[in-house]
Design a protein around this ligand. Structure first.
Ligand SMILES: Nc1nc2c(ncn2[C@@H]2O[C@H](COP(=O)(O)OP(=O)(O)O)[C@@H](O)[C@H]2O)c(=O)[nH]1
Ligand SMILES: [Mg+2]
Length: 634
């Protein structure tokens, strides 16, 4: 069974609600105040099933909107997910301000199909009806409503004249609407929240994509709250699931009505991200005033509305009828995805100015060159999914694009993004780095940079075997996944040798000149022989054949290899001396677990000048613990 959402549009009192009732038998004015005043204030709902000529059942959900100019914001909350619009023009009044505004909104939201309905035909004579018909034809010329199959139908909801023609026209248009992708990620913009006795919290909305199941866990965007679907109603009937295109009511567990509001969105947990910045293509109505850079506007998308600041890309203003790229900075975070349509209204007085399409709901924070930016947005607007993914990978450079960000950035399940990524990789345009995708050019550049860093390190430190992996990663400034994939690639290409914690160039080992080797031996021996009674470093170095800088480097090398251990600013010991000391203390412990400075001096034969730093070193190493004047051997 196919589900189609039909919206109404048109000026107040032109007979929208009466037409929906004549078609479905349902009065969409549900509020007490609406019934009393006889006007629609908020969106209302009705439904009807049709049998198409091919035998398929088409279930139509109607969203009836208010026509009063004061309630355009409510109209906007209803018009978001509609497949086709019934543009209502009363035969006795013809085109009026909200006929125009609603029609503009439908075009800006890219509603693709619709029927123009001339209502109240019983109130006018044939000639007047013909005149209004001409005016209507003129009005819709060149728009989506003029297409071959979009008729203009005259009806009277009072007498029933023309209703059958309207039903036939509806069936015809509805059967052309392509089935929605029920395998996409589910998204339900909430348009109503209320409590139902015996059920608790209920929300309604038009399911714009995917499928929802009973018992499913969902996340509320932007609050992040986790909820569970306790029950589902589709077009007023209990159901196990709801699929894209259906008017859906969910009974939710884990949330109160106070925690929810129109404009929030439900989607599977951890799929999307709410955002306060969106890059968009914007078109301004020819009836609008020029839109200046940094102007504040009212922003509407699906059922949400907030205030936004328009930051134009490379323009100081957009003229009426023009299009531009811009960033919209929203006063409140919201869930938006590429392809979503939106409306902007002038801040004051509030009139519809324009609208457009979200191109990027995850814009980079860093500034990009203008040309790069516009080229990117052009690809977002018109590129194939594969081109869009590639552009998103490229713009991230060596940071890479994480596959799990594909739902939030592209509204694409990550499995599908994975398939596109695999194709790009086999075309050698991108490189897989674990769950990241990096453009081949950025990866090649990063490899060259890393090689240069290793080479530079080795030129500067000829006595060191290689650069530490983490030091290299630090200098390369790469995420771990990218860095390790890069090392692996360089290792496989035999451009680098990666061994344990060190990275070095092939053929590079520590080459010591004879004198240096000799000096190293001398230093090491001097310290080893001295035990705990170590010589002053200066004296050892003075007796060497190499110059002072070299000698210092040799000591650094010995310290790095932990042959020598520095325990205080001017005390260096050979590792074997310290090992012996530990053994001595362990032996001492079997006799008495406590030791003081005097006893330590006796035991080791060192002077007080050495005893204190040594004991402090042992404390740090947790060999001993200080207790007053004494120490416990641990
Ligand atoms: N004579 C006549 N009156 C109508 C027709 N449709 C609606 N009306 C009346 O026009 C008024 C406004 O209708 P309503 O459906 O509430 O208009 P909406 O504001 O566009 O929803 C009501 O008093 C209706 O009874 C029609 O086809 N013929
Ligand atoms: Mg109404």
């Amino acid at each position: 069974m196919k589900s189609v959402i039909v919206g109404t549009a048109g000026h107040i009192d032109h007979g929208k609600t009466a037409m929906v009732k004549a078609l479905t038998g349902i009065d969409a004015d549900r509020l007490e105040e609406e019934k009393r005043r006889g006007i629609t204030i908020d969106i209302g709902f009705a439904h009807l099933e049709f049998r198409a000529p091919d035998g398929e059942t088409i279930r139509m959900g109607f969203v009836d909107v208010p026509g009063h100019e004061r309630f355009v914001r409510n109209m906007l909350a209803g018009v978001g997910g509609i497949d086709l619009v019934l543009l209502v023009i009363a035969a006795d009044e013809s085109i009026k301000p909200q006929t125009r505004e609603h029609f503009d909104i439908c075009r800006l939201l890219s509603v693709r199909r619709g029927i123009t309905v001339l209502t109240k035909s019983d109130l006018v004579d044939r000639e007047t009806l013909d005149v209004v018909l001409l005016e209507a034809e003129d009005f819709i010329r060149g728009s989506f409503l003029e297409s071959e199959n979009s008729a203009i139908v005259a009806v009277s909801s009072l007498t029933g004249t023309g209703l059958e023609d309207l039903k036939q026209a509806l069936i015809k248009v509805a059967s052309e609407i392509p089935a929605k992708d029920s395998s996409a990620i589910a998204r339900l913009p909430i348009d109503r929240v209320f409590t139902m006795k015996g059920f608790g919290t209920v929300v309604t909305g038009t399911l714009v994509s995917g499928t929802l199941h009973k018992e499913q866990a969902l996340e509320v965007f932007p609050t992040g709250q986790q909820v569970r679907v306790r029950g589902i109603q589709v077009h007023g009937q209990s159901a196990e699931r709801a699929v894209a295109g259906e008017r859906t009511a969910l009974n939710l567990a884990g949330v109160t009505t106070e925690e929810l509001a129109r404009g929030m969105t439900l989607a599977p947990p951890s799929t999307f991200r709410s955002t306060s910045r969106v890059d968009v293509s914007l078109s301004l109505l020819s009836s609008a005033k020029p839109l200046k850079d940094r102007a504040r506007v009212h922003f509407h998308a699906y059922a949400m509305e907030t205030i936004a600041t328009v930051v134009l890309y490379g323009k100081t203003q957009v003229m009426p009828g023009e299009e531009a790229f811009a960033q919209l900075r929203l006063a409140e975070p919201t869930l938006l995805l590429p392809g979503d349509r939106f409306i902007i209204r002038q801040f004051s007085p509030v009139v519809t100015m324009g609208g457009g399409e979200v191109l990027d709901a995850a814009p980079l924070v860093r500034k990009q060159p203008r040309e790069e930016m516009t080229a990117f947005l052009r690809t977002m607007a018109a590129g194939s999914p594969s081109e869009v993914l590639l552009a998103r990978i490229v713009r991230r450079g060596v940071d890479g694009f994480r596959l799990t960000d594909a739902p939030g950035e592209m509204n694409l399940p990550w499995g599908e993004a994975g398939k596109l990524g695999a194709q790009l990789a086999s075309d050698a345009l991108v490189v897989w780095c674990k769950q990241f995708l990096v453009s081949s050019s950025a990866f090649t550049r990063a490899k060259a940079d890393a090689l240069a860093t290793v080479k530079q390190f080795q030129d500067r430190n000829p006595l060191v075997e290689g650069i530490g992996k983490e030091e290299l990663r630090d200098q390369a400034n790469l995420g771990p996944e990218i860095f390790y994939s890069l090392l692996q690639a360089l290792d496989e290409e035999k451009k680098l040798i990666v061994a344990a914690d060190l990275v070095r160039l092939p053929g590079h080992g520590v080459v010591m000149k004879d004198e240096e080797t000799q000096s190293k031996k001398i230093i090491e021996n001097a310290f080893a022989a001295a035990g705990l009674k170590v010589p002053a470093l200066k004296e050892v170095l003075a007796g060497l054949k190499v110059d002072k800088a070299r000698a210092q480097k040799i000591v650094t090398l010995l310290l790095r290899d932990k042959v020598l251990v520095k325990i205080s600013e001017d005390l260096i010991f050979h590792r074997s001396a310290l090992e012996n000391l530990r053994k001595q203390l362990a032996a001492e412990k079997t006799k008495s677990p406590k030791i003081d400075v005097a006893k330590f001096k006796d035991l080791t034969g060192v002077s007080r000048k050495y005893a204190i730093p040594l004991l402090e070193y042992l404390d740090r190493e947790h060999v001993t613990r200080r207790l007053g004047d004494e120490r416990v051997i641990l």
